[in-house]
Design a protein around this ligand. Structure first.
Ligand code: PLP
Length: 381
């Protein structure tokens, strides 16, 4: 199988599995326990926190481990809005292309917590205009949330520039960096962010563990209360093996980020050039240069994504589309429609995301197979 869906998830690195392994059956103590077994688990937890903080250029106390990227986004949005409510700040700003972890949370805050949500548009390439953020900020804005890199089209937003604008007004600035985690710089000082969400399974760590950077002094109301773990910001016994795995995977991914990005970029360019030369009427979606190195997203006009994905699967290629398929009825992606694409065209969205184990031979196989698949599907429709 050729795996071209690294934006969906990644294989856990064997070195990460090895780093996690002592914490299942040997050092299984509860980090809150007083005796040696517990203290050893607590030491592993704090070591992981320090290692993550080093990558993010922040204090260990500013790292909150969570159960996934979705939970981190929820904590950022709900926590900030509920935390700012006593000061009368009930306005938040997001973009139209955010992941549902942000979009649906914002919608819920509007419906049930009297929160006023401004949803900013993006251009045809998926970029938000920092001037539009400046124009939308209000004295009662509690939070601005703009994703670092988009999961469907790979476009990278000017986070540092937006952060500088938001800071002047005194609102908190959150970025969903889930897709960026293994590929882009995560220095929270350089990025001018107050909150930043990551998820381990996007960078060869385990599924079901994430983290939220929370700048010191940021007022967040916890969304999960109980035993006051994670300095009261996320109660619940910490998942030590997974947290160790997250820290290890993050360090590994960030250590060879430069070389790996250059390799992935060359593969992506080869793939796009090969497909563009052989398939008529296809279009690259997202920004041509401000995009994740291994991320290729396209629209194949006149061919439904679901049919393409099934045919690719039969040919041994795992890929995905931008559109979710609920109860058998494909719906166009909210990201592509927000970028101005016709909903019918958006149904032909294909996402091929390259990663660590992909080679030139994989790319050449897809360049050889996909044009034939498209021709056949277009002929049948
Ligand atoms: N945000 C973005 C941009 C994502 O791509 C994803 C997952 O695809 C998430 C959030 C959710 O992360 P998790 O799967 O860890 O809940």
């Amino acid at each position: 199988m050729i795996y071209l869906d690294h934006s969906a998830t990644t294989a856990v690195d064997q070195r990460v599995v090895d780093a996690m392994s002592p914490y299942w059956t040997q050092m299984y103590g509860n980090p809150s326990s007083i005796y040696g077994l517990g203290r050893r688990a607590a030491a592993a937890l704090e070591d992981a926190r320090c290692r993550v903080a080093r990558v993010l250029n922040c204090q260990p106390a500013e790292i909150v481990f969570t159960g996934c990227g979705t939970e981190s986004d929820n904590l950022a949005l709900r926590g900030a809005v509920l935390g700012a409510a006593p000061q009368g700040r009930r306005h938040i700003i997001i973009t139209a292309i955010e992941h549902h972890a942000v979009l649906h949370t914002a919608r819920e805050l509007a419906e049930h917590f009297d929160c006023d949500v401004t949803i900013l548009p993006v251009d045809r390439q998926g970029l938000v205009d920092p001037a539009a953020i400046a124009g939308a900020l209000r004295p009662d804005t509690a939070l601005v949330s703009v994703m670092y890199a988009n999961n469907e089209v790979g476009t990278i937003q000017p986070i540092a520039e937006i952060g500088a604008i938001v800071r002047q007004q005194g609102a908190l600035f959150h970025t969903d960096a889930v897709q960026a985690g293994g590929h882009l710089g995560l220095d929270v000082q350089a990025l001018n962010v107050d909150l930043l969400a990551l998820s381990a399974h996007k960078f060869h760590g385990p599924k079901g563990v994430g983290m939220l950077y929370v700048r010191r002094g940021a007022r967040l109301l916890p969304t999960q209360t109980g035993g006051s773990q994670e300095r009261g910001r996320r109660s619940g016994t910490e998942n030590v093996p997974y947290i160790v795995g997250l820290a290890h995977a993050l360090e590994l991914a960030q250590a060879d980020r430069g070389a790996e990005s250059a390799r992935l970029l060359a593969l992506r360019e080869r793939l796009w050039a090969g497909l563009a030369a052989r398939i008529p009427d296809i279009e690259l979606t997202g920004h041509p240069t401000r995009r994740l190195a291994g991320h290729l997203s396209l629209i194949v006009r006149g061919a439904e994504a679901q049919s393409l994905l099934i045919a690719l699967d039969l040919a041994g290629v795992a890929a995905s589309s931008g559109s979710a398929c609920a109860s058998g009825a494909p719906t166009p992606s909210h990201v592509l429609t927000a970028m101005g694409y016709d909903p019918m065209d958006a149904l032909g969205a294909l996402r091929l995301t390259l990663g660590r184990e992909n080679t030139e031979a994989d790319v050449d196989f897809v360049i050889e197979r996909l044009p034939k698949i498209v021709e056949r599907i277009r002929g049948n429709q």
